[in-house]
Design a protein around this ligand. Structure first.
Ligand SMILES: NC(=O)c1ccc[n+]([C@@H]2O[C@H](COP(=O)([O-])OP(=O)(O)OC[C@H]3O[C@@H](n4cnc5c(N)ncnc54)[C@H](O)[C@@H]3O)[C@@H](O)[C@H]2O)c1
Length: 366
């Protein structure tokens, strides 16, 4: 085989441990992932963009099973309860038994919805993640958070339901639009910024190769981020403590995404700008040094991610959105901040005045 050797990261959860396979050509490696199916029924959930590209790669492997596919329309708007109902109906029509398997082929939207559907069918059946975006490979396919959006907010209905295996075929990244690819890199950088300084330094050294999608470097970056996340999930599966650190930049980022009506910024782009704002706030509170913020900004810029708050966003409005994002006490916020590269922590009681000052500085003309 050409290219780097495939890698396996294990998410260690006792009886529910599972492999994350990372490498080229894995969708074609039918014997590997078929071995994870317990029964004779499989429902492939994908979408109208991804299925024409990649469903043919797995179809031959499904020969001999009773299988069907269910395709969502493309987009976050389709990560809905109504579509969970349709997936459950498709499982019913297939005659899926308790040993059936749902296969999620696509990005985070498909993975979250398919996983939640698997959690609901007969109170929980197996599912396999086959992520096809960088974000899904390094983040959403690993860790068992599944769910859908409700009219009142994103990801408000869901369940923890771990997959049986994750099949991250890096060949699929070849067709991913550049902006989506870079949004995934934000999640890679986030992992390093939270808890792995040597990985952050490695990313700094390999920023150009990553931006150019050099396969061996991309694979290595995915494997290191997944290994970091797998460790956190193994220690705190249901987010009682440490797993919350993975939300570095999210409170700022969600506010930016919402202010942009979910069209101005992709989630990863919001996280990139949000991380930088969290770093600036940490600096302002005397927790971290300016040099750390500068390193983060340089790395984000080196891979082509946005670092500035989009024009026209209003600091008091952003602050109001941040208040809604988490349980906060009056006049203060609870945020993930850091003490420099690789050392994030949860900080309660952050004064709104400090948050507003950082937002105001970020939205003033340079
Ligand atoms: N469960 C978790 O822990 C977790 C973590 C982070 C994000 N999420 C969720 O993930 C979702 C975002 O995921 P995403 O960024 O993958 O978005 P996405 O699933 O919408 O995919 C992005 C776009 O890329 C297209 N696409 C996917 N793979 C492709 C490929 N190989 N080639 C060409 N086009 C391709 C999709 O059709 C879509 O248009 C959000 O709903 C978010 O809430 C979940």
């Amino acid at each position: 085989m050409n290219g780097p050797a495939r890698q396996t990261v294990t998410v260690a959860l006792g009886q529910r441990s599972y492999p994350v396979w990372i490498g080229a050509g894995l969708l074609h490696d039918h014997a590997r992932w078929l071995a994870m199916l317990r029964g004779r029924h499989a429902l492939v959930v994908s979408n109208t963009t991804v299925a024409p590209l990649y469903l043919p790669r797995i179809e031959a492997g499904l020969d001999g099973l009773r299988w069907a596919s269910f395709l969502l329309d493309d987009g976050e708007a389709h990560k809905s309860f109504a579509n969970v109902g349709r997936v459950l109906e498709a499982l019913g029509e297939l005659g899926a038994t308790r040993d059936a398997c749902v296969i999620a082929l696509g990005g985070g939207v498909v993975g979250d919805l398919a996983g939640f559907s698997a959690a609901c069918w007969m109170r929980g059946i197996d599912f396999i993640q086959m992520p096809t975006t960088l974000l899904a490979m390094v983040d959403s396919s690993v860790g068992g958070k599944t769910g859908v959006n409700l009219p009142v907010g994103k990801n408000l209905a869901g369940a923890f339901h771990q997959p049986r295996a994750v099949v991250a075929d890096i060949d699929t990244l070849a067709t991913l639009p550049g902006r989506e690819y870079r949004a995934g890199l934000a999640e890679v950088i986030k992992g390093a910024a939270i808890g792995d300084e040597p990985f952050f330094a490695w990313l700094e050294q390999h920023a150009a190769a990553l931006a150019a999608r050099e396969p061996a470097t991309v694979q290595q970056a995915i494997a290191r981020k997944v290994a970091y996340k797998a460790g956190v999930v193994a220690r705190d599966e249901t987010e009682q403590g440490e797993r919350a650190l993975l939300n570095l930049g999210h409170t700022f980022g969600h506010a930016l995404e919402t202010a942009g009506h979910y069209t101005a910024l992709l989630h990863g782009e919001g996280v990139a700008i949000g991380m930088l704002l969290a770093a600036r706030l940490s600096e302002r509170l005397g927790m971290s040094a300016q040099a750390a913020t500068a390193r983060l900004q340089r790395l984000l810029e080196a891979v082509g991610l946005p670092v500035a708050v989009p024009p026209g966003m209003d600091p008091p409005q952003l602050l109001a959105l941040m208040r809604l994002d988490k349980k906060n006490t009056a006049g203060t916020l609870r945020l993930i901040l850091w003490r420099g590269i690789g050392r994030a922590e949860i900080v309660a009681g952050v004064a709104e005045a400090d948050v507003l000052a950082v937002l105001t500085e970020a939205t003033s003309a340079p």
